[in-house]
Design a protein around this ligand. Structure first.
Ligand code: GMT
Length: 377
């Protein structure tokens, strides 16, 4: 039997797909008997129930009055090293390069070479932050000093190599969904709260940041709703939300759009949708689209970044160039007016999510990376 490991995990615990992936991975590894130590500023929001193999170590920041910016990164690095020594961790697995991979590098200097580090790149840590000249060299150093680096799509691997001249191997570890949680839920009783029986439901879920192009979501929906009785459900919140609310009002769509805000039970919410819209400007993977896929909901979106590795055009959704709202609206209309096509895509979505992006497969991939860096066959 392979050795059970002691693994420290650091991520953004309260937001974003990277935090979700890190937390879910930690839970799955704990189920396999590994001891998981989350080292973050807050308890990860998807952590859920007590598990005997999961521990949480809170990073407390020193906010002495001379600091204009309390140094979270230094406190994190120091906590990582402390936990590594006290708990005799085998490795640290950090999600999102900035600052986590840099902190892991410092922690390794403090804890000693026996501590291995694995960095998972999630997207904007490369596609946005590595474009910033003030961070670029630091991100390159942190990547080069990691014992293994993984990225969530082939496209992100390509972009990392191009932007940072990285030549070391980068493992591909796609995002995954837990098929025990993400499956088509029976939401017949709920659906009536949002749409009449003859209306279709389009949905968008995101952090409402500019890269998500939520304005395109509204434009696509406006075109679809002219031709087809339909409702739009917007889930999540973020900096663009107020602008989007104003746009909806100025287009006279307020009676057709529901804002659901942040939701915990994403599988239940997504199961309400007939289609999910993801017209992003940048998207290294698009976890929400995978969550939808697992619940039998096709995606219509852009072909940005890693989305085409997830959504097979014509089989599990339709993709158009970034900004092509006319094309996306036409695809939505085609899908939503053809029940046979919708049903075929729904089945293809469930099959693809359960086979290609299944929790068991991807957890095993991460496990083999850990054993590889530790020199355990
Ligand atoms: O911008 C976001 O959507 C948040 C960001 C994050 O750090 O959580 O998401 C990134 O990581 C996700 C998990 O790997 C990916 O599914 C998202 O595609 C990626 N976002 C972008 O690349 C914009």
């Amino acid at each position: 039997m392979a050795k059970k490991l002691k693994i420290g995990i650091t991520c953004y615990p309260t937001l974003g797909g990277s935090g979700v992936v890190a937390t879910e991975l930690g839970k799955l590894l704990a189920e396999r008997g590994h001891e998981i130590h989350f080292i973050t500023h807050s308890i990860p929001f998807r952590l859920g129930h007590f598990h005997k193999n999961i521990f949480f170590h809170e990073v407390e920041v020193n906010d002495y009055y001379v600091f204009r910016y309390p140094p979270y990164d230094l406190s994190l690095a120091s906590k990582m090293a402390q936990v590594a020594k006290m708990q005799e961790l085998d490795l640290l697995h950090v999600h999102y390069a900035v600052p986590h991979a840099v902190c892991a590098y410092i922690a390794k200097q403090m804890a000693g070479d026996g501590l291995k580090t694995v960095t998972t790149l999630h997207g904007t840590d490369i596609t946005v932050l590595a474009q910033d000249e003030s961070l670029k060299d630091l991100i390159r150093l942190a990547i080069n000093e990691s014992d293994a680096v993984t990225a969530v799509s082939g496209d992100l691997i390509k972009e990392t190599r191009q932007l940072l001249d990285i030549t070391a191997p980068i493992d591909l570890t796609y995002n995954f969904v837990d098929k025990r949680v993400y499956y088509p839920r029976d939401v017949a009783a709920l659906r009536g709260d949002y749409a009449a029986p003859h209306e279709k439901i389009l949905m968008h879920i995101s952090n409402f940041r500019p890269v998500k192009r939520v304005g395109d979501v509204i434009d696509i929906f406006a075109k679809v709703s002219e031709r087809l009785p339909s409702k739009l459900l917007l889930v999540g919140e973020g900096p663009e939300l107020t602008k989007i609310q104003c746009k909806i009002r100025s287009m006279g769509l307020e009676d057709k759009v529901h804002f659901l805000g942040k939701q915990e039970d994403v599988a239940q919410v997504i199961s309400l949708a007939d289609v999910v819209l993801l017209p992003s400007e940048k998207e290294s993977f698009g976890l929400v689209s995978l969550e939808a896929m697992a619940c039998g909901v096709p995606t219509i979106g852009s072909n940005a970044g890693g989305i085409p590795e997830l959504v097979t055009h014509g089989e599990t959704g339709f993709l158009s160039p970034i900004g092509d709202v006319d094309g996306m609206a036409l695809y939505a209309e085609k899908l939503l007016t053809d029940d046979a096509l919708h049903d075929k895509m729904k089945q293809a979505c469930i099959h693809r999510a359960r086979t290609e992006f299944c929790n068991d497969t991807i957890t095993s991939q991460y496990e083999s990376i850990y054993y590889r860096v530790l020199g355990i066959e």
